[in-house]
Design a protein around this ligand. Structure first.
Ligand SMILES: [Zn+2]
Length: 319
């Protein structure tokens, strides 16, 4: 409609009571299961962090927002004063839930974590030890994966043939109703098999090199410098965040200060160290952090997680 004064066009929604809502399942761009999973994840995120809905938190306000966890109750740390972070549960839910009332200055925490990211997370000796463990584990996995692959390929061929046969049956006059369910089942199975096959190890594995530690350190230093620039600051912030899995804050034995445990996000750290573009660093990390990442999906990230899980943990540091 036009605005009376200026004559400018303004769009205005009808009153909600006048809306007509019709479910059109065929127009759904994602299926119900995925939608529910996404909703679930949104719910998790909402509980995990502050009370802000997830869509408002895509760009965290502070560098480390949403990455901090209370070492006592496992809940989130959030801004509790002009310059301090503290356990939200201890303050909002009381001492029955959490007694950790200590806080830490934002600037102190950021400085400590950034220094650790640059200087402690990629110790050259650790990198070398990691490369060995990684190579061994990778070989083992690749052998297992290629054995599994031929089985998947055979089944996929069979499923595709069966599906084609049903299509022919319909063309030949068999009522579609009779074979519909079977076709849906076959189609679902085909999709699953294709996903599994596409998730087998990449042909272009991460290449480890003695210079990895140096590459890593140079790139982190650049990122930290960029955090202070107007240009590129947002991306640098996101990449730095993607290198961190969690920062756990626990009262020290003296009860006066917080101990900081920095848990590095291995996938992101290695992507950075092996010279991958910043965008891939973030993707690697997002994949690793995604909920319900299927263990069967043996991709590069899965392997890295597995290696980390076999007792080789170079990336947790008490600061
Ligand atoms: Zn707590």
């Amino acid at each position: 409609m036009k605005e009376p004064g200026s004559g400018k066009r303004v769009s205005r929604l009808n009153d909600e009571s006048a809306w007509q809502v019709t479910e059109v399942p065929t127009l759904r761009i994602i299926d119900d299961a995925l939608w529910q999973a996404a909703r679930q994840r949104q719910g998790d995120l909402k509980v995990k962090g502050a009370d802000t809905p997830v869509w408002d938190r895509r760009r965290p306000k502070f560098l480390l927002s949403g990455l901090m966890a209370c070492g006592c109750c496992g809940g989130g740390f959030a801004k509790i004063s002009k310059e301090g972070f503290g356990c939200s549960s201890a303050r909002n839910k009381g001492s029955a839930v959490c007694t950790n009332m200590l806080s830490i200055r934002r600037t102190d925490l950021e400085a400590t974590v950034l220094t650790a990211l640059e200087h402690h997370l990629m110790d050259p000796d650790l990198v070398e030890a990691f490369c060995l463990a990684y190579a061994e584990e990778r070989n083992r996995l690749q052998a297992a994966a290629s054995a599994g692959r031929s089985g998947l390929e055979k089944e996929l061929a069979q499923v595709t043939r069966d599906h084609a046969r049903l299509v022919e049956a319909i063309i030949a006059g068999v009522p579609a109703d009779q074979v519909k369910d079977k076709m849906i089942t076959l189609d679902a199975r085909r999709k699953t098999l294709e996903t599994q096959l596409s998730a087998t190890p990449a042909d272009d594995p991460l290449r480890f090199h003695p210079s990895m530690a140096k590459t890593y350190r140079d790139r982190v230093a650049t990122l930290i410098r960029t955090l202070g620039d107007a240009e590129g600051m947002e991306e640098a912030k996101e990449v730095v965040r993607s290198l961190i899995d969690r920062i756990v804050l626990t009262p020290a034995p003296d009860g006066k200060s917080l101990t900081i445990d920095l848990e590095g996000a291995l996938a992101g750290l290695l992507a950075l160290a092996t010279g991958r573009p910043l965008q891939e660093v973030r993707q690697a990390s997002d994949k690793q952090k995604a909920p319900g990442v299927e263990r069967g999906a043996v991709d590069i990230i899965g392997e890295l997680v597995l290696v980390a899980g076999t007792g080789f943990e170079p990336v947790t540091f008490r600061l």
